[in-house]
Design a protein around this ligand. Sequence first.
Ligand SMILES: CC(=O)SCCNC(=O)CCNC(=O)[C@H](O)C(C)(C)COP(=O)(O)OP(=O)(O)OC[C@H]1O[C@@H](n2cnc3c(N)ncnc32)[C@H](O)[C@@H]1OP(=O)(O)O
Length: 190
Amino acid sequence: MKEILLIGGGGHCKSVIDVIEQEKKYKIAGIIDNEKQVGDKILGYPVIGCDDDLEELYKAYKIAFITVGQIKSPNIRIRLFKILKEIGYTLPTIISPLSYVSRYASVGEGTIIMHHALINASVKIGQNCIINTKALVEHDAVIENNCHISTGAVVNGGTIVKENSFYGSNATSKEYIEVSGFIKAGSIVK
Ligand SMILES: CC(=O)SCCNC(=O)CCNC(=O)[C@H](O)C(C)(C)COP(=O)(O)OP(=O)(O)OC[C@H]1O[C@@H](n2cnc3c(N)ncnc32)[C@H](O)[C@@H]1OP(=O)(O)O
């Protein structure tokens, strides 16, 4: 298995670790977090450095994945994505074997499809997105770059979620609309 670095050691990181372990494609080499966290362990994996070490670590590791969550703002994930790409890291697409991704859908680099998410036919998902546990993205929907579709959310057929959006847990959209910004958990978007 190829080795992978995880960037960000909070709660979302734990969920990503679980998906990576189930996917069995990558071996987690370590986690990058704040300097104060170096030496800590997250679900048994060591924090081996901070952002400043990413350039040096590239000599040993070529694959990285952003495991910082996204609620209030996408800015940290966007900044990290740019830094990692500039250094040269490969950001893979991670797909839980417990999810369903139609063979007619596309998923961009640095995006994770988490457990029990369902991505239907002709969906396009951009880069650096989180499609969280149990989310449903229906036929012909588009999720642009840097979006978080939260747990249990429903993006109905043909709807476009514009880049950098947060789409809260259990929010549901009408079909064929455009959605952007911060969508509250549980809301109906029309
Ligand atoms: C695996 C996981 O845990 S994924 C986590 C998914 N989490 C969610 O879907 C919940 C996201 N949060 C929300 O939808 C809302 O905060 C709610 C519905 C829970 C509460 O809403 P309200 O009671 O109306 O509170 P309010 O509108 O003041 O917002 C509270 C928080 O929501 C966030 N928020 C609300 N509107 C915005 C906005 N336009 N932009 C960014 N963040 C916002 C902020 O985090 C805010 O925190 P703050 O009080 O520190 O500023």
